[in-house]
Design a protein around this ligand. Structure first.
Ligand SMILES: [Zn+2]
Length: 292
């Protein structure tokens, strides 16, 4: 039984947590992420050294990152903290810390924090400024041959209507990606026009009778239901957990179970749709759980 350290490397903040051999959080700290790649590596190594001095033990090291690691070259790609892209982060951290580290993206860390202790399969969805996902089967993260397992946000929106086709241009180079319809800025823009980015007030406005807010939320829920139905047709997980900023919208947990079965290729659909249990802690907890 060993201690585990989890690190959540974000664009603005870096968080570290140490879990004792029983899985309880014994230390947790959050500091600003420094600008630049070398400063980031140096700071993470220093945070690990400080944490291990405090717990008086060494630990396994798991790190949640934006983006993912190319499985052949070990170089980071697709990170919105762009100083990480093209860098051999795991190799450099292992050299700085003196032992191997494991990396996974934030959606995979959410999946591990939610499902490491559950039987069967679970899919975790992040609905925020981006849309991503992670798959855990029998407590193990499925990263996939190309390390893109779960990257459902860059499949096209399923069962597009004539109005929706071909969909908005996505930053990834494709059109009509699920992310480009379902991310927070897309929902805000659907309600309030191009340039709007904050969707957080829409549920309250809809409840107060704002028809534009209501219509945008209804379109969003219908599209999310189609996107999740297509996912169920491939993976059929026991449970789908929603995390990220938009997962706070309470109507999703009432409306999705009603809307999803229309498109599932089965005469029964009892897939549970649940909010994430660990909220803000899921990044560090899931990263720590990258080691068994
Ligand atoms: Zn895309």
């Amino acid at each position: 039984m060993t201690w585990r350290i989890g690190i959540d490397l974000g664009g603005t903040k870096t968080e570290i947590a140490a879990l004792d051999p029983g899985g309880a959080i014994r230390l947790r700290r959050r500091v600003p992420t420094p600008p630049g790649y070398e400063a980031t590596v140096t700071q993470i190594a220093a945070m690990v050294a400080g944490a291990e001095a405090e717990i008086a033990s060494t630990a396994t090291i798991g790190i949640g990152i934006p983006g993912s690691e190319n499985p052949t070259t070990g170089l980071i790609r697709g990170a919105n903290s762009t100083c990480l892209n093209g860098q051999p982060l795991a190799r450099d951290l292992a050299a700085a810390i003196g032992r191997p580290v494991r990396l996974a993206n934030d959606a995979n860390c959410l999946a591990m924090s939610e499902f490491h202790d559950r039987p069967g399969s679970g899919f975790a969805v992040i609905l925020g400024t981006g849309v991503g996902g992670g798959l855990v089967v029998e407590g193990r993260l499925v990263q996939g041959r190309n390390r893109v397992a779960g990257e459902w946000g860059h499949n096209p929106l399923p069962w597009m209507t004539a109005d929706e086709h071909p969909g908005p241009a996505c930053w990834c180079g494709q059109r009509g990606c699920i992310e480009s319809f379902l991310c927070g800025p897309a929902l805000a823009a659907d309600a309030d026009g191009p340039g709007a980015r904050d969707a957080s007030t829409l549920p309250a406005r809809a409840a107060a009778g704002d028809a534009r807010a209501r219509a945008a939320l209804d379109r969003h829920t219908d599209r999310l239901a189609r996107a999740l139905a297509a996912l169920i047709n491939v993976v059929d997980p026991e449970v789908i957990v929603l995390g990220g900023g938009l997962s706070n919208m309470a109507h999703l947990y009432e409306d999705l179970p009603r809307l999803i079965p229309r498109h599932v290729f089965s005469d029964v659909c009892t897939t549970a749709i649940e909010p994430a249990r660990h909220g803000d802690s899921s990044g560090v907890l899931g990263a720590a759980r990258l080691w068994p």
